[in-house]
Design a protein around this ligand. Sequence first.
Ligand code: B12
Ligand code: SF4
Length: 455
Amino acid sequence: MKIALISPKGPLYRHRGGIFVKSLRYQPLTLPVLASLVPEEFSSAPIDIYDDGVEDVPEGLTADLVGMTVITGNAKRAYALSDSFRGRGIPVVLGGPHVTLLPEEALEHADAICVGYAEDAWPELLRDFVSGGMKREYRQAEDFSLERLLPYPRRDLMSPKRYLTQAVFEASRSCVHDCEFCVAPTAWGQRQYRKNIGQLVNDIRNVGMRQILFVDLNLISDLEYAKELFQALVPLNVEWFGLSTLMIAHEPELMTLMAKSGCKGLLLGFEALSGDSLGDVHKNFNASVDYGRLVHDLHKLGIAVQGCFVFGLDHDDKDVFDKAANCAIEWGIDLPRFSILTPFPGTPLFKRLSSERRILTRDWELYDGQHVVFQPVRMTPDELLRGHERAWKKVYGWSGMARRLRRAGNYSLLKLSVNFGYRFYAHRLRRFYTCDVPLRPNQTPLRMPDDKGGQ
Ligand code: B12
Ligand code: SF4
């Protein structure tokens, strides 16, 4: 049996004309994890991994079974590839966040789908396939857990030359919060799944790199687990980068331990500056934090900040873009990032906007955080798109960059090169607006029934 595992390219993740220049990419973890889950009895089966984001999937690819991972932004490409393989008689299994959110749609393009996490389902599916009894649908069990010992991801199946780093790990999955726009609580449940820390430490040791990356959505979902994890990292003497919520601001001891364990950079979802906008998307907990102070405290500990903001929330006015860009500069955010609110299908946000008849398009290719796919309240879709672009340009303009980096201090080579990478992106954003959003004829800001008009 020959298995081909594919990660399709999307508008933001492709090797020609895409926004992420090759040097900024880290090796994806999904396919190495799936490859590691192939049961031992099939260990002689060749497994080929294709990352469509770095090289085209060969047209004449041959395999007994294709497994493809699907996120919303690349669903169109995934379905096109899948339809073509199936047309040539190659069975295709689809899995990943988009399939978990919209299983019925995915089933139309697959021989089988895998809904949710696949540590149990994928080996079961492969055994069924070999015995000729593959079912149409496999689902994550109610009592799913990651705590048992799991095989190490097969990073060796991907070429290290194509990526900035192969040292990509995860300690946990999903998140305990329920922000309205987030895919995680809808797709996998509002909880954290934790991996065995001892095994993770062994994996990190085996990979043997000094700089590592965690793709966990929220490393501090559970404070006790986070403490245990950071303590276990201390003796490894690694430098690590990961994601956390702003709730770290309320945990000074954990923050210090984080720094001691080698944390050099955190991605933080600031999302919005006003309490009303945070409330719009059920992220009120951010309002308890003084953003500028948090950035300052992290810098003092040698931790750089990648600060993410979302535009287009119902209370966002037209001045939100400049305000966010100015704050990012004033606080010295090392790497500011802006995205446009995106109602991923299946999320509470999608359901709400849909019921308010504010979804403008269901072209999933535009669901990439950089296009406007819904009708905003206090501005037109076009104003939202242009304002978002303006914010990027402001923080990555020469003056914005110089002021931010001077405030942040610590001019590491990595930080400078990533800043230049984002500068390149910020000034070419327009090139990546691949299609025009089918906007409503009336291009005036939408007023909701209880709306006071932006006061
Ligand atoms: C790495 C990453 C990326 C990478 C690579 C994405 C990729 N295709 O691999 C990059 C940087 C390119 C990226 C970009 C974006 N991403 Co991203 N990304 C992640 C991240 C942080 C880690 C993914 C990962 O490696 N997980 C670990 C693996 C082991 O878990 P997994 O992928 O879920 O796989 C498991 C199951 O889902 C299942 N499974 C998955 N695929 C398959 C396939 C088969 C055949 C089977 C059987 C099972 C299966 O089995 C695996 C084991 O259980 C996740 C968040 C997260 N921690 O999951 C977000 C996430 C996937 N990204 C997300 C988003 C929103 C984006 C962006 C829109 C963000 C942006 N504005 O830039 C862009 C979109 C790019 C595009 N093409 O349009 C969302 C997905 C939204 C959605 N509905 O699709 C996520 C879930 C984060 C979130 N909470 O919002 N991302
Ligand atoms: S805190 Fe982050 S990961 Fe958790 S639900 Fe909210 S957006 Fe998602």
